[in-house]
Design a protein around this ligand. Sequence first.
Ligand code: SF4
Length: 314
Amino acid sequence: MSLSLYSACTLCPRKCRVDRVNGKTGFCGETAHLRIGSIVAHFGEEPPISGTKGSGTVFFTGCSTGCFFCQNHQLSKKGHGDVFTDESFCAAVEALLATGVHNVNFVTPDHFWPHVSLLIDTLRRSGVRKPFIMNSSGFHDREQVADWAGKVDIFLPDFKYADSELSKLCTGRSDYCELALDAISEMVDLAGFLDVRLDGREGTASSGVLVRHLVLPGYIDNSLKVLNLLSERFGTMLPISVMSQYRPTAYCEGKGTFERALSQVEYDTVAEEVYRLGFSNVLFQPIVDEESGFTPDFNRKDPFLGNKKNLTEP
Ligand code: SF4
C-alpha cells in the first residue's frame, strides 16, 4: 500500500482531503509522519485478547473520531507520541512480539492505515503468524473495512452511539450510528464472529469480530438502543463486551453527567437488557475504583499500572 494515500486524505469518513504528506493536518491532527504514544504488552483487554502473556498493543497519536471524553485523551487530544520510521516501527513491534504477546493490537489506527498495512506485509513476509487486530472506534466507511480485512484477523470495533444527538454532541457527527452498523456488518461478513468464547476458557482468539460498548453516565437509553440494534442486526450470538470503565477527564467539565463516573445502578440496567435480549457470549466489566490499574497515563513508560500486577502474579 502506498503512503500516497496520505495525499488528499480520505482514510476516514471525515474525508478532509488535506495533503498530509506535505505537512497538512485534518481532523485527526496528524501529518503523514507516523506517531505512536505507546507500544506495550497489555493485560487489561478481554481474556481471549490479553490471554496470559498480554496483547501487543500499539497506541497511535491522534484520532479521527474525536469523542470529547476520550479516555486516551493524552494521545487523541494532546498529541502525545514520538515519530517512528517504518524501520523503527517494525523493530519496536518485533521486540514486543519477542516477549511472547499473543497478537499485535493496533488501537485506533485508521488514520495511519498505510503505515500499518506496510508493517503487516513486512512482518508476514518475515514469518510472523500471530493475529493482527484492528481495535477501532466504529466510525468507518464500509469500503475501508474491506481494505483492512485482507490483512487483519480480528476486529474489535466499538459501537458507541445509537442516539444521533449524542453522537453529534460527542464527535460532531450525527451519522455515527449508520456508519458503525454498516462497518460492523462488513467486518462480520468478512471475518465472522470471534472464534472463541469471551470467558477465556477456550484460549486466545485468532480471528473474528468482538463488539465493544462503553456505557456512558446519564445515557443509559443510548446503551439500551445500542444493544437492541446489535441484536436485531447480528443476532444474540454476537460476542459483545459491555464496558464500565468510563472516567471523567478535564475535557468533561461543564458537560452534565459526563462530569461523573458511571453508577452501579446504571450499569446493572444495561446488564439486565443484555440478559433480556438473550446475548450468549458476553463479557461484563465490574465497576472498579479509579486505581484499577487500567486507567492509562501515557506519560509513563508502561501506561497501565495493572500490567505490572499481572506480570508479577503467578
Ligand atoms: S484520517 Fe485524518 S486527515 Fe484523513 S480524512 Fe480522517 S480525519 Fe481527515
